[in-house]
Design a protein around this ligand. Structure first.
Ligand code: DAH
Length: 339
């Protein structure tokens, strides 16, 4: 009996020592400590042991069981630790691996140009206003001193929803909307989409963008207009830029002018960019017509103002030397990525 216990102890401990995984370890446990295990069998054989030897053998059996159980726990813990270690190895993340780059979009040249124009005017204390793209004939024409049979209406033909409601042809109606709501002093710009019955070509589109500007206060003169728009041109195109005002006609301003800037490419000598002229036209402007002020409820005897309108696409095309306006609307990523 003693020998058997010695053997069981030796064999079981050796097997546990060599066991490779939990399943195997469990098999060993069942084989020795299980209900039909060898040690249990020995215990069952106790009744054949002479009574005087029983205490001694009983103690040995207990010691053997205790030794096996202790080794079992120890091995279990070692195997679990080994398994965890292996799992950690397998799940190791290489943080030095370069990350997958997400493709980030680009701002559209129109957006970049608009942000730049807004930055300049906001810096001069202007507010940014907005008006509807679907507009009343009254705001788009009538209140801007363009009555029903005025020839200017012919140049700005558009899509009519009803006789009185149309797609606005210019951002100038926002001037009227702002003056109706706000008393002077007014300093605002109003960017937005406008519509015309124009054929698509390199410089025309039936839908494009303008930025309107309006200043109304006491004692506003043409000198304020010149100073402001000159500063705008220098900010936008560079320090050395010069401006020139050519007389023009707009029904809602008097006097009216178009403003040219010296070509930022050749500095005024004449090149392909400015078609050899040295000057590039960039906006229309003028002193707000007294009739317009009056229609908006502002007394032209007390207040005066100036206004201007810039084509956003024109600025974008010039600034980025793009020679065809259609490129701005094709949404070709190869084009847009260049800005
Ligand atoms: N609305 C004019 C156009 O579309 C541009 C313009 C000219 C706006 C003179 C103005 C201005 O505010 O004073 O052709």
């Amino acid at each position: 009996m003693k020998d058997t216990l010695e053997r069981i102890r030796r064999e079981a401990l050796a097997k546990m020592e060599e066991s490779m995984d939990m399943d195997h370890l469990n098999e060993i446990r069942v084989a020795y400590l299980g209900k039909k295990g060898e040690l249990t069998q020995v215990l069952k054989g106790m009744r054949n042991v002479p009574p005087e030897e029983r205490p001694q053998v009983g103690q040995m059996v207990n010691e053997t069981r205790a030794a096996l159980e202790a080794k079992l726990e120890e091995t279990k813990a070692a195997l679990a630790a080994k398994q965890r270690e292996l799992q950690m190895q397998a799940e190791k993340i290489d943080v030095t691996l370069p990350a997958k780059k997400n493709k980030v979009g680009h701002r559209h040249p129109n957006t970049i140009a608009l942000d730049e124009v807004e930055r300049i005017f906001v810096g001069m204390g202007y507010e940014v206003a907005e008006g509807p793209e679907v507009e009343y004939d009254y705001y788009n024409f009538e209140a801007l001193n363009i009555p029903a049979n005025h020839p200017a209406k012919d140049e700005q033909d558009t899509f009519y929803i009803t006789k009185d409601i149309l797609l606005r042809t210019q951002t100038s109606p926002v001037q009227v909307r702002v003056m109706e709501k706000k008393k002077p002093p007014i300093r605002m710009i109003a960017p937005g989409r406008v519509f015309r019955a124009d054929e698509v070509d390199a410089t025309h589109s039936p839908s494009f963008h303008q930025i309107e500007g309006l200043v109304v206060d006491k004692n506003i003169t043409f000198a304020d207009l010149k100073g402001t728009l000159g500063e705008f041109a220098r900010e936008l195109f560079g320090e050395g830029t010069q401006v020139k005002f050519r007389p023009h006609h707009f029904p809602f301003t008097e006097p009216s002018a178009e403003m040219d800037v010296t070509c930022f490419k050749c500095g005024g000598k004449g090149c392909r960019m400015c078609k050899g002229e040295g000057w590039i036209e960039i906006l229309g402007c003028g002193m707000v017509h007294p009739k317009v002020l009056k229609m908006c409820g502002i007394d032209p005897e007390e207040y005066s103002g100036f206004a201007f309108g810039v084509g956003l696409e024109r600025i974008a095309l010039l600034k980025y030397e793009i020679d065809d306006m259609r490129l701005l609307y094709e949404n070709d990523i190869r084009f847009l990525q260049q800005f």
